[in-house]
Design a protein around this ligand. Structure first.
Ligand code: GDP
Length: 171
């Protein structure tokens, strides 16, 4: 069946926070232990029902380019949503979130819906408290969820929430 909407979503955040794994979890319900298998692949899709509409989520991965600060404005063009990911066990990846928000403000559409994701919530060695991240998200006008691409916890819920918020904006 034809979809009613195609929503472009970009996944951003520092290297190795789990962007690719979150994408794989949501689009294929998979987790690859230590592979960087999507290098070169630009986006993956999954179609879901949102408010009785068929919504195709077209989710873009940086494919490692964030390492070279080479995420260009073409990557953000047309994006209606962003997943801004940090790793709850590595403090600096959260500290950098403000810079990624600046990137979005500079390159993305002003109405872009942004979800901050504290990934790797399955790990005990935590360096960022959920409360602190929730406070930052509120300050910046972002939605927030912790998640684990490894266990799958909250991944589906976070993506669906983002898609619902985008849908509410466009419908
Ligand atoms: P990217 O560079 O942001 O795309 O990060 P990747 O998706 O390649 O993941 C980086 C590393 O973190 C890999 O070794 C993954 O196996 C691991 N990883 C990703 N998500 C999780 C998670 O939710 N929990 C745990 N424990 N490890 C994860």
């Amino acid at each position: 069946m034809e979809e009613d909407y195609v929503f472009k979503i970009v996944v951003i955040g520092d290297s190795a926070v789990g962007k690719t794994q979150l994408l794989g979890r949501f689009t294929r319900d998979e987790f690859f232990l230590d592979s960087k298998s999507t290098i070169g692949i630009e986006f993956q899709t999954r179609t879901v029902d949102i408010a009785r509409r068929r919504v195709k989520a077209q989710i873009w991965d940086t494919a490692g380019q964030e390492r070279y600060r080479a995420v260009t404005s073409a990557y953000y063009r047309g994006a209606l949503g962003a997943m801004l990911v940090y790793d709850v066990t590595r403090r600096h990846t959260f500290d950098h979130a403000a810079r990624w928000v600046d990137e979005l403000r500079a390159h993305a559409d002003k109405s872009i819906v942004v979800m901050l994701i504290g990934n790797k919530a399955d790990l005990a060695a935590r360096a960022v408290a959920a409360d602190e991240a929730a406070g930052f998200a509120e300050e910046q006008g972002l939605f927030f969820s912790e998640a684990s691409a490894l266990s799958g916890e909250n991944v589906e819920r976070a993506f669906l929430r983002l898609l619902e918020e985008i849908h509410a904006n466009v419908s």
